[in-house]
Design a protein around this ligand. Sequence first.
Ligand code: GLA
Ligand code: ZN
Length: 675
Amino acid sequence: MLTQAATAATLCRMRPWPTKTLALGGDYNPEQWPRSVWDEDVELMRRAGIAFATVGVFSWSWLEPAEGDYEFEWLDTVLDLLHASGIAVDLATATATPPPWLSSAYPEILPVDHDGHTLWPGSRQTWCPTSERYRERALALTAQLAQRYHEHPALALWHVSNEYACHNVPCYCDRCGRHFRTWLQRRYGALDALNDAWGTAFWSQRYTAWDQVLAPRRSTTLANPTHVLDYRRFSSDALLDFYLAERAVLSEHSPDVPVTTNFMTLSHFRHLDYHAWAPVQDVVSTDHYIVGTLAHPRAELAYSGDLTRGLAGGGPWMLMEHSTSAVNWQPTNHAKWPGQTIRDALSHVARGADTIGWFQWRQSRAGSEKFHSAVVPHAGPDSARFREVEQLGRIAARLGELVGSRVESRVALLHDYQSVWAASGPSMPSGELDPLLAAGTIHRLLHDRGVTCDVVHPSADLTAYDLVVVPQLYLVTDEHAAAVAAAAEDGAQVLVTFFSGISDEHDHVRLGGYPGAFRELLGVRVEEFFPLGPAQEVALGAGTGTWWSEHVELAGAAVVESYAAGPLAGRPAITRREVGAGAAWYLSTLADDERLGRVLDDVLAAAGVAPAVPGLPRGVEATRRRSDEGSWLFLLNHTESPQTVAAAGYDLVADAFVGGTVRLDPGGAAVLREG
Ligand code: GLA
Ligand code: ZN
C-alpha cells in the first residue's frame, strides 16, 4: 500500500485532486438526466464547493449497450464538463452491476442463495464472484475505460466496482463449490488435514474424496462450524481475487493513477475481511449510513470511523459515501435534523476522513433509490438541505489546513472479521449474543468520555498503546494472544472481555478452562458459561450484568467485582492481575453502563489516558487531530441543548477566535485550531 502521505503526494503531483481543501463530492449518475441538466449540475457543484465526483458506478448498460459495442461519447462529455469546472473525477470501472443483455446471454453469471435458488436479474450486483464469463466481460470493460480515460485530465482516482459483497456474497452455486475445493486444497494440502481442521470425526462427516466437499448450502440442521467459517474466508478471498484482477488491468493501462474500492465498515456489514483488502488499496475509502434502529447510532458512526482509520494504518481515509439526509432502505427513513448534514460530515473528519462524499449528487426521480436523499433534493437547490451543503463547502475550505493530520489515540481496540465470523457460527452458547456487543459497548463508553480508540487488527503493532481492549475476541491465534500478553508485560493495561480466546484458527476450543488463550495472562480459569437471555440480568455487588456470566475461578487474579445472586453468587465477575509493568483486567459479564464505566475510569487512570478535553458534557464528542503544523480539537454537540466546553483556539467552523469557553449550539460543531 502506498502510504497516505505518498498517496496525497501522488494525487497532488499527477492529478488535479484537491489537496488544499477537505474534498467534498459524491456519486454523480448523470445518465438519469437529460443533457440540459448536466450544465446546471456543474454550476451547482461549483456553488456548493464540490471538489470531486464519482462517475460511472452503475453505468455498464450505458457504456456497453451490447456485447463489445462501446459508447463512451456521453462519458467524454461528462468528464470534460467536470474538468472544465475544476472537479476531479473518481472514475468507476462500472462493473458493480451487469446489464440485462449480459445475464440474458450468460445466465450462468447469476448468484445462487443458501437454499440453492438462483437470484434473478432486476436489481443490482446480480453476479457470482467466481463466474469466469462475468470476469472476462468486466475486465474487458475495465480495460476499455482505462485506455480511453487514462490521459484525461479530470481523472484522479479509479473506483473499482462498488461495495463488493453488498448483495452477492456468499454465493452457493456449484461453480463456487468447485472454487471452494481448490481454495481448500491450497489451504490444507491433504484431505486428512481438512478432516482434522473441520472436526469431521463427529457426525460421520469424514471426507474420503475432494469432490464430496460442497458449498455449505442449507442442510437438515446445524452445519459444521469450520466448514461455514472456511466458506466465509473463501468468499472474501474470491472477491478479493476479482478486485485484484481489475486492479491489474488498471495498473497495466493506467499505471500512475491511484486505485480504491469503497468498503462498508458499518458494523452490520461483515462479509469481507477488510484487513486483507486494505493493503491493496492506494487509499482506503468507505461508505457509512446511520442506522436509525440502533440503540446508539452516533457511537456506531464513531466505531466505523475508528475502524476505517485502523484499516488506513492510522492515516487519513476517504468517506466515499454517506447521506445528506434520509436513506430509503430502513423500516422508517428518518430525515436529518437541521445542522446534522454538517455535523455528520464533521464526525467522519473528526475520526480521520479527509474526503467527504455523498450518495448521490442529484436525487433520482425514478428507480430504486428515488426516495434516498441527495445533495440536490427533489425540491431543488432552493432548499435548506442544499444550503447546508453550501455552508459545509465554506467550512471545508477552511479545514484544508488539517488535511493529512492524524487522529490522536493511545487506546487500541482489537477487531478481527474472522473472529466475528467464527463467533457468528452455528451452535454457539448464545445465538443471541452479537459478537461485536462488547466492542461496541466499550468503544461507546470511551467515546462518551472523550477517549479515542484505534480499532485495529490483532496483528497490529500494539507497542505504542497504553490500553489494549480485547472484546469478545473469540477466535485468536497463539501469535496474536502472545502479542496481547506482551503488551501487558511492557506496561499496557489490557482489558479482556468474556468469550475471548476460546478457539484457535480452526475454531477448535482451547482446553483446560476458558478463556484458553488468555487464561494465564488474566490469572483466571473459567469452568462453565452461564449465558443470559436478552431480557435477563444478574446482580453484581454494585450494578448488574447482562447477556453473559460465567463460573470464574481465580488463578492469580484479584477480585474487582463479584456476582451477588443466582447460581454464581459470591464468585468473581470482574478481575485484575498485575502483569510485568502493566495489568490484565477481565470482564466475565457485560456490566451496566455505570458499573462498566467505573471500571473503565479505573483502567484509564491506571493507563494514564486522559480525555481529549477534561469535563466533557454528556453527548458532546471530542477528538483531536495532530500534525507537525499543529493540532485541531473537534467538538460535536449531539444533544438538543446548548453545551459549553472549556477550550480555546480559532474555530474553523464559526471562523472566529474562541477565548476559553466554547459555546456549542444544539447539534452544533466546532473545530479549534489550538495554540
Ligand atoms: C450503497 C451504495 C449506493 C447507494 C447507497 C444508498 O452505499 O453504494 O449505490 O445505493 O448504498 O444508501
Ligand atoms: Zn457462485
